[in-house]
Design a protein around this ligand. Structure first.
Ligand code: CA
Length: 195
């Protein structure tokens, strides 16, 4: 579509309009306006051209969430070693795993890593059976959490749990870092466009 009687003519459009041409940088003609003022440069996957001509988060796009890494305090909140010396993988350091959990939908865990205070999982923990979109995860704030726990055979000891209300800025940045949450001195998550 061309701008009708448009103000300043842009350049770079590929479709002549009546009385004008598409605005500069209009992507496939979708954002041609008078003078091209609403034109975006091409937007990255999971983002779309917003009103101000800036690429905004597409709230219906599909993402995945990964647990990247954590730094864990030397002892638990009671000041005790995570693992006593006489258990499998004992000797003080925990065997941490990271989990996305949400009420009534389920959970998804990383594998536990043996005997480490600085686990680097880099594993996808996107919850099962849902389309993980910004709209969905923002609507579920408070109902889901990220849990880091020490695997102790049939049971586990909590290390930290966070209930982040993710924001558009978090998605734009990609990396989400928590500091000093219970016994996690640091916990890093990553949001990745999955389209
Ligand atoms: Ca353990």
């Amino acid at each position: 579509m061309g701008s009708s009687g448009g103000g300043s003519s842009g350049t770079g459009g590929d479709t002549p309009g009546s009385g004008g041409v598409l605005g500069s940088g209009g992507d496939n003609g979708n954002h041609a306006g008078t003078g091209g003022e609403n034109a975006c440069a091409s937007c990255a996957p999971c983002f779309k051209c917003g009103k101000a001509g800036i690429c905004d988060l597409d709230p219906t796009s599909t993402w995945k969430i990964s647990c990247v890494s954590a730094s864990i305090a030397a002892t638990n909140l009671d000041g005790a070693a995570w693992d006593p010396g006489n258990v499998p993988n004992g000797g003080g350091a925990p065997d941490p795993f990271c989990e996305f959990q949400i009420h009534e939908i389920g959970q998804r865990d990383t594998a536990p890593l043996n005997d480490t205070f600085s686990p680097a999982w880099n594993e996808d923990i996107t919850p099962p059976n849902v389309k993980f979109t910004p709209n969905w995860v923002m609507s579920q704030a408070g109902f889901w959490s990220i849990l880091v726990a020490d695997q102790d055979g049939m049971t586990s000891d909590g290390i930290c749990e966070v209930f982040p209300p993710l924001t558009a800025t978090n998605f734009a940045n990609g990396t989400v870092v928590f500091s000093n949450a219970q016994s996690c001195t640091k916990l890093t998550l990553r949001l990745t466009c999955n389209e």
